[in-house]
Design a protein around this ligand. Structure first.
Ligand code: PEP
Ligand code: MG
Length: 908
C-alpha cells in the first residue's frame, strides 16, 4: 500500500533560519506549518520545531494509532533532538527542561476549530527544574497547572458535562478563589498553584480512572493523536461542512519549542494585523497582554491592550477613557516596550511584503526577546477584502489579475447587505457601547444560548464570551454580542470571517445565563426582547431599527471595472419588475436573462382576471379574460424594457401549473364564486380538476402554451406591443421570447409558430417592426439530448438548471428538503446540487447540449438562468464551456461578474 511506504518524509523541521519545507507546501504542511518553515527561511525568529504532515493524519485515520506511531517515531525523535540542540535544553530533563507546544494546522485556517496543548513535558520533577532554571517558581507552577488543564481538556476529555456546566478545572479554581477570598488568577500564591495541580490531577483520576501521564513522551504522543482526532471532532466537521472543505485534507501537527509570555513584566504576548481587518485601512494594529500566554488574548478573559499608540487612543475614545488614565493604565506596546515594538513593526513589514497580503500574526515576548509564533493571510470583512486588494494593486505589490483573484466573490455579498436607515438610527436609544468587532447592522431578538438561535427568525446571540461550540448558533444569528473579549476574541474573529455583525467586550452588560436576562444600567432585558447592533460603531441599541441598503465604496466600483476588463462572459439578471431590473442594472447587469411572467399575475388586481381565465370553459371565455390581462402585461413589459433599454431582455412565457393560481381555501373560493357569478360547486369542481399528483412534472411550461395557445398569443402580443410603443418614444427594447420546459422539437416549433404569427399580426397593425429572438429553455434532459435538433429552430438556449437538476437527479424541487439535509450530513452528497451546479452529472448535459446546439447553429446564444448563475464555482463552469452569459438575482450580479473575470483569468 502506497501510504505505508516508510521512506517518505513525514516530519519537516524548521527553526534557526533554515527549514525543510516552504510556504508552497500548504497542502502537505498545513497553512501554519508551511508559514513557519517560510518564516524561518527568511530570517524571522520563530521558535524551532517540526511539522507532521497532513498525509500522516490521513494515514492515522486509515491505519490507526499504532501503525502511525511506528511510521513516524524515528523521525520525531530525531526532530526533537534537533530542537534540543537549537534551544540548548532537553525534553524531559529535570535540570534544563525543554517544553513543547502542540498545535493543529490544516491547509486553510480554521480559527479555534481544533485543539492546542501548551507547556507539554512538565511533570512533578520537571516543574522543579523549570522553577530553578527560570528562577521563577510561580511561573513554573502556573505553567504546570495550565498544562494539566489544557492536556486534560484536549487529550483526556475533561470537558464540561453539559452546556450549562462549568469547565471541571475552572470549577476547582473558582472554589479555591472563594476559599481564599480572591478574584483573579494572578492572586494565586505558589502554594495555591501547587494545590491546584494536585486537585486537577485528582479530578483527572476520578473522572478518567487513570493517572495523569508523567512521562513527557507519553504526553507528546497523546497530544499528537488528539490533534489528529480533533480533525474529526464536531466543531471541525461543522466548520468544514460550512466551508465545503473535504475530510480528506486532514490536519498537520506542529510541535514547537515553548516560549513564554508569562515570565513576568518583561514578557507578554499578542496578536497583530498588518492592516485593519474590519475596514482594510493600511494601519498596523493589534492587541497584547503583559505577563500572559497566547490563549489569554483570544479567550477574552482579560481585556487586552492595543499595540500602537494610535490604536490605543482610538480605543480609549470609544471606551470613553481619558488620555491620562489611558497612558497610565492601558499603555500601548509602542509606549511600554518601544524596542520590542520597533522590532515587531519591522517584522510585520517584512512579512506583509513577503506574502504580498495582509498578515495576521501571533507573537510572544519572552523576557525581552521577541518571537513570532505564526503568520497567515488575515481573515477580513468583505469591505476590507476589497480595499486591501485595491490598495496593494495601487502600491504596486500585486498586479490587476492578482488583485481580482484576491476577491472572494461570495464575500462581496456582505457589502451589498443592509445598514441602519440613517433616519431610524437618529431616534435610536443607545443603551451601551462595545467594541466594533465586525461591521454591519443587525436587529433581532435576544437569545443567550447558541441552540436558541433557531427559536426566532432574527436573533442576536448574546454571550459573556463565545467559544467554538457556539459556531452553529453564531452562523444562524443575525448578530453577535459579547460582554467580554477584545477585537481578536473568538467572537470577533469568527464573526468577521462570517461577515456577520458583531460587538465584543461590552463590559456594561451583565448577563445572567440562568435567568436568561441581560441587565444594563439597572434595566433588565429578557430572552425574546429586541435589540439592534451597529457592528461598525459598537453601539448597542434598544428595540428594532429599520435597515437600508449600503452605499458602495469607490474601491468596490474599481473591482467591478477590473472584473469587466477581464471577464469574457456577460452577466445578466433574473428580474420580473422594473425596480429589480434597475437595481441589477446599477450593479452592472448586462441584460435580463429571465423575466418570469407568472410573478406578474399574482398581484391583487391581476389574480382575478387570471382566475377568470383559468375557470373559463371555452376558448372564447379564456380570450375575454386574457383581453383584460393584456394591458397589464404590456405595461409591465414597457416598464422592464425601459429600465433595461438597449439591453436584451429574455421574457419567459407562462410556466407554472394553473392550479397555483386558483384559491384552495373555502373562504376565498366563496369570494371568487360571488365575484364571477358562478356557483361555489363550479369553483370547487375546477380546483379538483386542476389537482395534480406531481405538479412539477405536470401541466406546466410549454404544455400550457401548447394546450391553450391563446395564452402564448396574449403574452407575445403584450411583449411586441410594449416594444413598439417604446420605439415610438425612441427607446430600444430587445426582447428575447423564451419557451419554457421544452422536451421535444415539436413542442418548441408549435409555440414558435404561434409567437411568430402573433408578432407578424402586431407588426401589421402597427405598420412597424422590431427585432426579437425566439428561443427555449433547456431544462428537461430530453431537450439536452435533442439540442442539435431544437437548435435548428431556436435562436438561443437558456439552461434552466433548477429544473434540469430536479429531473436529472430525480429529486423533486418541492420535496428535496426532506432528505437533502440528511444526504449532506451523511456525505452522500457533498453539496446541495440546487445551490452548486453538479458539474459531474448535470454539467455533462449542459456541456453536451451546448456543443450539440452549436453544431447545428454555430452562433447559438447560450446562457444559464437557474439559481446556479450566481454561484461562483458554477459561473466558472459556465465560462469553461463557452456560455455567452450567466443570469442571476440582482444582488448576486457583482458576485457573478467577479467570478466570470476570475474564470477568464484562470484560463480554464
Ligand atoms: C429553472 O428551472 O432553472 C428556471 C430558471 O426556471 P424556474 O426556476 O422558474 O422553474
Ligand atoms: Mg424551470
Amino acid at each position: 500500500m502506497e501510504v505505508m511506504e516508510k521512506t517518505r518524509t513525514r516530519v519537516y523541521r524548521f527553526g534557526n533560519k533554515t527549514a525543510d519545507g516552504s510556504s508552497k507546501m500548504k497542502n502537505l504542511l498545513g497553512g501554519k506549518g508551511a508559514n513557519l518553515a517560510e518564516m524561518s527561511v527568511i530570517g524571522i525568529p520563530v521558535p524551532p520545531g517540526f511539522t507532521i504532515t497532513t498525509e500522516v493524519c490521513t494515514e492515522y485515520n486509515e491505519l490507526g494509532k499504532e501503525t502511525t506511531v511506528n511510521l513516524i517515531k524515528e523521525e520525531i525523535e530525531s526532530a526533537v533532538e534537533n530542537i534540543e540542540g537549537t534551544m540548548g535544553s532537553v525534553f524531559g530533563d529535570q535540570d534544563n527542561p525543554l517544553l513543547l507546544s502542540v498545535r493543529s494546522g490544516a491547509r486553510v485556517s480554521m480559527p479555534g476549530m481544533m485543539d492546542t496543548v501548551l507547556n507539554l513535558g512538565l511533570n512533578d520533577k520537571v516543574v522543579q527544574g523549570l522553577a530553578s532554571k527560570t528562577g521563577n517558581e510561580r511561573f513554573a507552577w502556573d505553567s504546570y497547572r495550565r498544562f494539566i488543564q489544557m492536556y486534560g481538556g484536549v487529550v483526556l476529555g475533561m470537558k464540561p458535562e453539559s452546556k450549562d456546566d462549568i469547565d471541571p478545572f475552572e470549577e476547582i479554581m473558582e472554589h479555591l478563589k472563594r476559599k481564599r477570598e480572591i478574584e483573579l488568577d494572578t492572586q494565586f500564591t505558589v502554594q495555591d498553584l501547587k494545590d491546584l495541580v494536585y486537585d486537577f490531577k485528582d479530578a483527572v483520576k476520578k473522572r478518567t480512572g487513570k493517572n495523569f501521564p508523567t512521562d513527557p513522551w507519553e504526553q507528546l504522543w497523546g497530544a499528537i493523536m488528539a490533534v489528529f482526532n480533533s480533525w474529526n471532532g464536531d466543531r471541525a466537521v461543522y466548520y468544514r461542512k460550512m466551508n465545503g472543505y473535504p475530510a480528506e485534507w486532514g490536519t498537520a501537527v506542529n510541535v514547537q519549542a515553548m516560549v513564554y509570555g508569562n515570565m513576568g513584566e518583561n514578557s507578554g504576548t499578542g496578536v497583530c494585523f498588518t492592516r485593519d481587518a474590519a475596514t482594510g485601512e493600511n494601519v498596523f494594529n493589534g492587541e497584547y497582554l503583559i505577563n500572559a500566554q497566547g490563549e489569554d488574548v483570544v479567550a477574552g478573559v482579560r481585556t487586552p491592550q492595543q499595540i500602537t499608540k494610535l490604536g490605543s487612543q482610538r480605543w480609549a475614545e470609544l471606551a470613553k477613557i481619558e488620555e491620562n488614565d489611558r497612558a497610565a493604565n492601558y499603555p500601548s506596546l509602542e509606549e511600554l516596550m518601544p524596542t520590542m515594538y520597533k522590532e515587531l513593526y519591522k517584522y510585520q513589514d517584512i512579512l506583509e511584503k513577503h506574502y504580498r497580503d495582509m498578515q495576521d500574526m501571533e507573537f510572544t515576548i519572552q523576557d525581552g526577546k521577541l518571537w513570532i509564533l505564526q503568520t497567515r493571510n488575515g481573515k477580513r470583512t468583505g469591505a476590507a477584502m476589497v480595499k486591501i486588494a485595491m490598495d496593494l494593486l495601487k502600491d504596486g505589490q500585486i498586479e490587476e489579475r492578482e488583485a481580482l483573484l484576491r476577491i472572494d466573490p461570495n464575500k462581496l455579498d456582505e457589502l451589498l447587505h443592509p445598514v441602519f436607515d440613517p433616519k431610524a438610527i437618529k431616534r435610536a436609544n443607545i443603551i451601551a457601547q462595545g467594541l466594533p468587532a465586525s461591521p454591519g447592522a443587525a436587529t433581532g431578538q435576544i437569545v443567550f444560548f447558541a441552540e436558541n438561535t433557531k427559536k426566532y427568525k432574527n436573533t442576536i446571540l448574546t454571550r459573556i464570551e463565545t467559544s467554538p461550540e457556539d459556531l452553529e448558533g453564531m452562523n444562524l444569528a443575525k448578530g453577535i454580542l459579547t460582554a467580554r473579549g477584545g477585537m481578536t476574541s473568538h467572537a470577533a474573529v469568527v464573526a468577521r470571517g462570517m461577515g456577520k455583525c458583531c460587538i465584543s467586550g461590552a463590559g456594561a452588560l451583565k448577563i445572567d445565563y440562568k435567568n436568561r436576562t441581560l441587565t444594563v444600567d439597572g434595566k433588565e432585558y429578557h430572552e425574546g426582547d429586541w435589540i439592534s447592533l451597529n457592528g461598525s460603531t459598537g453601539n448597542i441599541i434598544e428595540g428594532k431599527v429599520a435597515t437600508c441598503q449600503p452605499e458602495l465604496s469607490g474601491e468596490f466600483a474599481e473591482v467591478m471595472k477590473l472584473a469587466d476588463k477581464y471577464a469574457t462572459m456577460q452577466v445578466r439578471t433574473n428580474a420580473d419588475t422594473p425596480k429589480d431590473a434597475q437595481v441589477a442594472r446599477n450593479f452592472g447587469a448586462q441584460g435580463i436573462g429571465l423575466a418570469r411572467t407568472e410573478h406578474m399575475f399574482f398581484e391583487v388586481d391581476r389574480i382575478k382576471a387570471m382566475r377568470e381565465m383559468i375557470l373559463a370553459d371555452t376558448v372564447k371565455g379564456r380570450k375575454n379574460a386574457l383581453e383584460e390581462l393584456l394591458p397589464m402585461q404590456r405595461a409591465d413589459f414597457e416598464g422592464i424594457f425601459e429600465a433595461m433599454q438597449d439591453l436584451p431582455v429574455t421574457v419567459r412565457l407562462l410556466d407554472p401549473p394553473l392550479h397555483e393560481f386558483v384559491p384552495h381555501q373555502l373562504a376565498t373560493q366563496k369570494e371568487l364564486a360571488e365575484d364571477m357569478h358562478i356557483s361555489l360547486a363550479a369553483v370547487k369542481g375546477k380546483v379538483a380538476e386542476l389537482h395534480e399528483f406531481n405538479p412539477m412534472l405536470g401541466h406546466r411550461g410549454c404544455r400550457l402554451g401548447n394546450t391553450y395557445p391563446e395564452i402564448t398569443e396574449m403574452q407575445t402580443r403584450a411583449i411586441i406591443e410594449a416594444a413598439l410603443n417604446l420605439k415610438e418614444k425612441g427607446i430600444t427594447a430587445k426582447p428575447e421570447i423564451m419557451v419554457p420546459l421544452v422536451g421535444t422539437y415539436e413542442e418548441f416549433v408549435a409555440q414558435e409558430k404561434v409567437i411568430r404569427e402573433t408578432a407578424q399580426k402586431v407588426f401589421e397593425e402597427y405598420d412597424d417592426t422590431i427585432e426579437f429572438l425566439v428561443g427555449t429553455m433547456i431544462e428537461i434532459p430530453r431537450a439536452a439530448l435533442m439540442a442539435n435538433k431544437i437548435a435548428e429552430k431556436a435562436e438561443f438556449f437558456s439552461f434552466g438548471t433548477n429544473d434540469l437538476t430536479q429531473m436529472t437527479f430525480g429529486y423533486s424541487r418541492d420535496d428535496a428538503g426532506k432528505f437533502l439535509p440528511i444526504y449532506l450530513e451523511k456525505g452522500i452528497l457533498k453539496v446541495d446540487p440546487f445551490e452548486v451546479l453538479d458539474q459531474e452529472g448535470v454539467g455533462q448535459l449542459v456541456k453536451m447540449a451546448t456543443e450539440r446546439g452549436r453544431s447545428a447553429k454555430p452562433q447559438l446564444k447560450v446562457g444559464i438562468c437557474g439559481e446556479h448563475g450566481g454561484e461562483p464555482s458554477s459561473v466558472e463552469f459556465c465560462h469553461t464551456i463557452g456560455m455567452n452569459y450567466v443570469s442571476c438575482s440582482p444582488f448576486r450580479v457583482p458576485i457573478a461578474r467577479v467570478a466570470a473575470a476570475q474564470a477568464a483569468i484562470s484560463g480554464k
